[in-house]
Design a protein around this ligand. Structure first.
Ligand code: SF4
Length: 411
């Protein structure tokens, strides 16, 4: 049984690069530093071996030609999901340019909350390395902020070795922590100001007012216990040498996310007049961070890019307007949305394959082929290893073949 060290895990955007895997007859299992998502992702069976056209088995060549014909005939194609690595995203952008397609990542609505706040106010951000090595006060904002980032607390809050931060970081939680989070934060005695719905935004606004006045607000209408906790959090903030607010758009009530993230950025701006405080948004799994980086450097737009006018625009994409869909899902078993348009699926998983017009199996980046992904903080890209010989091609290679069959496409 072969063992591989220092494996980068592609199953959330923390991209932990310390996993050890064992491989036996192409079946993988994580033997060190796993979380539930990694165990599930790495132990998934090998990708399907057969392409299909309308549910009928076909050769890959036939399926590629059918996908090219479908894309070329379409007047408003959508390339969606975008669950792939940097090369897959580059290829998707090339295909979009050639076919006047729009592109939409599966988690675009979440990243747009951050982008809106950034466009309106600017932003002050920290990297994961800064959180680990420098942060002495960390305030989580949202409900179960780290729920889909299972090793965040282990690797960045409870890290045994850090450059500057000690082991006694002070923590606060504005929202409802998950049970695993609370257990992980146990030694730090976190101050928890739990809140439902719009209470998170309200509590953040109270904290901001408390800190900007530097004196007690009239807490007449606020329960005494909550007022005491707000005072405690305000004291933590005032004493911080390097504080960080951590949020996750997916962990905020959808209708409150813009307001909460905007308030967090406003608070950071206020605080930085006197001290150092930064923000970290957890997000960008399923290739989302890579999509934002590559789309920005190739088109100038970080999201919802549309080539339908013959050039890239960032005006947004309306799935209801499209007349075909090419769905890429390399990391999760997510079926394409039900748009009732001709659909091509590129995925290791067969979710939706029997209903699709064309299904072409691809490999999982970081398992079936090597590649690169960007981490949640968007500043570091990490290499992915090829860990088994499944023969499943990268999405980038399949898109390249589709492109070669589209009239006028460069080789
Ligand atoms: S926390 Fe994320 S990157 Fe780290 S092992 Fe788990 S799924 Fe993989």
């Amino acid at each position: 049984m072969a063992s591989v060290d220092n494996v980068t895990c592609p199953f959330c955007s923390l991209l932990c690069d310390d996993l050890t895997l064992r491989a036996q007859k192409n079946q993988l299992s994580v033997s060190a530093n796993a979380c539930r998502l990694a165990r599930q992702g790495f132990s998934a069976p090998q990708p399907a071996s057969k392409a299909s056209i309308k549910g009928v088995p076909a050769t890959t060549g036939q399926a590629v030609r059918a996908a090219a014909a479908l894309m070329q005939k379409s007047r408003k194609p959508l390339i969606g999901g975008l669950g792939t690595d940097v090369n897959g995203i580059r290829a998707a952008l090339q295909l979009a340019e050639k076919t006047d397609a729009a592109l939409l990542h599966s988690q675009e609505s979440q990243s747009l909350h951050n982008l809106k706040a950034l466009q309106a106010r600017g932003g002050i951000t920290a990297t994961l390395a800064e959180v680990k090595n420098r942060a002495d006060v960390i305030i989580f904002i949202g409900n179960n902020v780290c729920g889909n980032y299972p090793r965040f607390i282990e690797r960045f809050i409870n890290a045994p070795h850090t450059l500057f931060a000690g082991q006694h970081r002070k923590l606060a939680y504005m929202g409802r922590p998950g049970r695993t989070e609370l257990n992980g934060c146990d030694g730090h005695e976190p101050v928890v100001i739990s809140g439902q719905g719009d209470e998170i935004a309200e509590n953040l606004a109270l904290l901001r007012a408390l800190l900007s006045d530097g004196q007690l607000l009239d807490f007449g209408n606020i329960p005494a216990a909550k007022a005491r906790k707000l005072e405690k959090v305000a004291d933590l903030v005032r004493d911080a040498k390097y504080g960080v607010l951590v949020w996750n758009p997916a962990a905020l009530p959808e209708d409150q996310a813009d307001m909460v993230i905007g308030s967090a950025q406003d608070l950071l701006r206020d605080l930085n007049a006197k001290q150092r405080f930064a923000g970290l948004s957890l997000g960008g799994s399923n290739g989302g961070a890579s999509w934002q980086c590559v789309a920005t450097w190739q088109t100038g737009f970080p999201a919802a890019v549309d080539f339908n006018g013959g050039y890239p625009s960032g005006g947004g994409v309306h799935p209801a307007d499209v007349d075909s869909l090419l769905w890429i899902s390399g990391f999760t078993e997510a079926a394409p949305p039900a748009l009732e348009v001709p659909t091509v699926i590129l995925s290791p998983y067969r979710a939706g394959a029997s209903d699709a017009d064309v299904y072409i199996p691809t490999g999982v980046p970081g398992i079936d082929h090597a590649g690169t992904l960007f981490r949640t903080d968007g500043v570091i890209s990490l290499p992915l290893k090829k860990l088994r010989e499944s023969g499943a091609p990268a999405a980038a290679a399949v898109i390249g073949q589709v492109l070669s069959h589209i009239t006028g496409a460069a080789g």
